[in-house]
Design a binder for this molecule. Structure first.
Ligand code: CA
Length: 258
């Protein structure tokens, strides 16, 4: 699952990011309320871990601004303030859970798991593209019904690409989002892992159809891009909408399904 941590305390933010990554989540971390809103809108994480005392816009303002917008996203509020009124206010504004500082990482990860389980009722845990299916709850991947064994990083990369389906992801974006590395890290780790994935996904009847497309000079992409009035628009990425429109024009001018 994709988690966005909003915490301005750097040691705590780092600690949370490490801990949630070890649980197998893809974790982004921002330090103020404005960035939190930007990232929530752009990336629709499954879970936001939100501190209340934040620069620019505090946690309560973030909750107010997000109210009613992201039904599929759970929010855990972290607060050092124990006032009942404030906690009630957060819950009324859509927070799903509140954790008082100091808390143990063990408790936070347990509560995250419980919330993410509940999310199953809102969202299909499976991400799909053609005969490929990735289940975010039990962390299983199948192609044409056959199981594919992936490492934690391979899984995170494929999950990210499937979530951004229909949109080309640049190498620097993948480095930042999947590896939490700077775009100028000067590493070819993205290309190496895309190759690992392609080899592992080449199973079953669909083996010859590439899952991950190379968009020359740009990056990598799963699924097609629909062209509307000359402007490429991403295919609706919700699993319920399928993974592409036959005949749609892909980046690079090819037609989807050809
Ligand atoms: Ca704070």
């Amino acid at each position: 699952m994709r988690v966005l941590i909003v915490e301005d305390d750097i040691p705590l933010g780092m600690f949370l990011q490490k801990g949630l990554q070890m649980e197998g989540h893809t974790v982004a971390w921002v330090g103020d309320g404005e960035l939190a809103l930007e990232r929530a809108a752009a990336e629709r994480p499954d879970l936001m871990v939100l501190d209340l005392g934040l620069p620019k816009r505090d946690g309560v303002e973030v909750l107010e601004a997000m109210q009613g917008l992201y039904r599929g996203m759970a929010v855990i509020v972290l607060t050092g303030r124990a006032q009942v009124e404030e906690r009630v206010r957060c819950l009324n504004l859509g927070a799903d859970d509140i954790l008082l500082k100091p808390f143990s990482l063990y408790e936070l990860t347990a509560r995250c798991r419980a919330l993410l389980r509940r999310l199953e009722h809102y969202a299909d845990p499976a991400l799909r593209s053609g005969d490929l299916e990735l289940n975010r709850m039990d962390r299983k991947v199948t192609r044409g019904g056959r199981p594919v064994e992936l490492t934690v990083k391979e899984f995170s990369l494929l999950e990210y690409l499937l979530q951004q389906r229909g949109r080309c992801c640049s190498r620097s974006e993948l480095l930042r989002e999947v590896w939490q590395m700077s775009p100028d890290a000067g590493t070819n780790v993205v290309d190496v892992y895309v190759n690992y994935l392609r080899k592992k996904l080449a199973v079953g009847e669909g083996a010859t159809a590439p899952v991950i497309e190379t968009v020359r000079g740009e990056g990598y992409q799963v699924g097609g891009v629909v062209e509307m009035r000359g402007i490429p628009k991403p295919v609706q990425s919700h699993p319920a909408y399928g993974y592409g429109v036959p005949g749609a024009v892909l980046a690079g001018g090819r037609r989807y399904g050809s």
